[in-house]
Design a protein around this ligand. Structure first.
Ligand code: TRP
Length: 475
């Protein structure tokens, strides 16, 4: 396998390749599955506005921090942090290990359950194409049946893991960069085409009004905290994915511009996916936008089959979801593979195959419905990672970048900007040292229930699983 530079660890051949890989990591199930349903649950426009604020104030500074740490450190997350914090002695080493190991563990655990959900999307794609005889696409019960049938869920998860391991084994340039450079533009094209399609066949106007007309009466504190948590998740922050991709960059000239582009493109995909999905939902009398997690797998297929050419559109749509999940899963595995390759000098294929096999095993336990106490392993891992490990990882990275990495390194992305670069750099450093850690700490405290009694008085719980909700409750 030929990598574009002489080092064994590989690199991206072009800046565009890095950008597409990073956007591929960011754009995932979070954008297409989670963003629309939490937006639905929290009532639309006002939530979107808060979410945009969180992306700008917390997401973007942290995204830049991750990429620049990777670029300047030139290694996996642990190695990069250790290199950049060595002037801080033992304390620097300690924070590097803590942050690095958390990131490696979090991305390992996350890939296991992420791959199971991604496997469901593979199933719906194959089903929409018509390749599963005897199962009717559009029947809302199909989702429950398939996701709780151990063999089906396991096969889908296995296929998805093989796709992920395959690309990572091929390397940074020939695998990850090549795939993302090809897939991401296709993904954007599909979304644009779908927008036009729903413009003609569904209620696009109503959908856009829902997304963009803020109604602050529906917004409580937990909506704000949910938005902040999702800003992390959607930009793949807090577990070293962007550090790892940053380490394959050859220069820091474009890091600022790329970080802004990643955040913008990721947000654009979430909004476009939301616009398409709600347009379809609003086209059917009596449906609620707040269908909850079942929106993508239960509500949407049932609606697609009633639309002109809907079956074909559904196949294309689920193809898009598979792409999005695939490029995200690749970056999750790459965090672990980079760690094994850089720290233990393992050959890439051994690392990808070995770690992939372990993740696969944990994923099988999720897919067959193993439970730990009261909760399923699948939900337990999701909660552990998304609610705790991710924000804690983000907090540690912010602290490391703001307080331990020398400004000569952390600000190096700003030095290529015109005059305004200095002021921006100072603003970034202020955000990453003070604002980000405080806001992220608030999210963590909220997750552990520190504000529960204070929040209880607010907001009745949103409709959760009532995807085909009672027409009487339509707003
Ligand atoms: N950003 C991905 C999504 O929106 C999910 C994700 C969170 C992720 N953290 C990550 C992906 C780390 C890769 C690496 O679905």
């Amino acid at each position: 396998m030929s990598e574009s530079n002489s080092s064994a660890r590989g690199s991206f051949a072009s800046n565009f390749g890095f950008l597409m890989a990073a956007v591929g990591s960011a754009v995932g199930l979070g954008n297409i599955w989670k963003f629309p349903y939490i937006t639905g649950e929290y009532g639309g426009g006002a939530f979107v506005l808060v979410y945009l604020g969180c992306i700008t104030l917390v997401g973007l500074p942290l995204l830049y921090a991750e990429v620049i740490i990777g670029r300047r450190g030139g290694r996996d997350i642990l190695g990069a942090l250790r290199t950049l914090t060595r002037q801080s002695g033992r304390l620097g080493t300690a924070i590097s290990y803590l942050t690095g190991m958390m990131a490696v563990v979090a991305s390992f655990l996350m890939l296991a359950f992420y791959s199971v959900v991604a496997g469901w999307t593979v199933y719906f794609f194959v089903l929409a194409v018509g390749a599963i005889p005897g199962v009717e696409f559009g029947n809302p019960d199909v989702f429950d049946t398939m996701s709780t049938t151990a063999s089906t869920a396991t096969i889908c998860h296995t296929v998805f893991m093989l796709m992920t391991i395959g690309v990572v084994t091929l390397g940074v340039h020939s695998g990850i960069e090549f795939l993302c450079k090809t897939l991401m533009p296709v993904l954007f094209a599909i979304l644009a085409a779908m927008l036009v399609y729903v413009g003609f066949t569904a209620e696009l106007g109503q959908s856009l009004a829902f997304l963009f007309q803020p109604d602050f009466s529906k917004l409580g504190s937990s909506a704000v905290l949910e938005a902040l948590g999702h800003a992390f998740f959607t930009l793949s922050l807090g577990m070293g994915a962007m550090v790892t991709y940053g380490s394959y960059l050859k220069e820091e000239k474009r890091v600022i511009r790329d970080s802004v582009a990643i955040a913008l493109l990721d947000t654009a995909v979430a909004l476009l996916a939301g616009a398409v999905i709600f347009a379809v939902v609003f086209a059917k009398e009596g449906l609620e936008p707040s269908a909850g997690p079942g929106l993508l797998f239960r509500t949407l297929p049932a609606l697609f089959v009633e639309m002109p050419g809907g079956r074909f559109v559904a196949a294309v749509f689920f193809g898009l979801v598979v792409f999005a999940a695939w490029s995200s899963a690749i970056s999750l595995l790459e965090v672990n593979v980079a760690y094994a390759v850089d720290e233990f000098k393992l050959p890439r294929w051994v690392a990808a195959g070995g770690i992939g096999l372990c993740v696969w095993g944990l994923g099988v336990a999720c897919a067959i419905g193993v439970t730990v106490g009261e909760v399923t392993l699948q939900d337990g891992l999701d909660d552990l990672v998304s609610r705790y490990l991710l924000p804690i990882g983000g907090l540690l990275i912010a602290i490391a970048a703001g307080w331990f990495v020398l400004p000569a390194d952390s600000l190096s992305g700003f030095s290529h900007l015109p005059r305004s670069g200095n002021a921006l750099g100072i603003a970034w450093r202020f955000l990453i040292r003070f604002v980000t850690p405080v806001l992220v700490s608030v999210v963590i405290l909220w997750q552990v229930g520190a504000f529960d009694s204070w929040l209880k008085a607010e907001e009745p719980p949103a409709v959760r699983e009532g995807e085909l909700a009672d027409p009487a409750v339509k707003q």
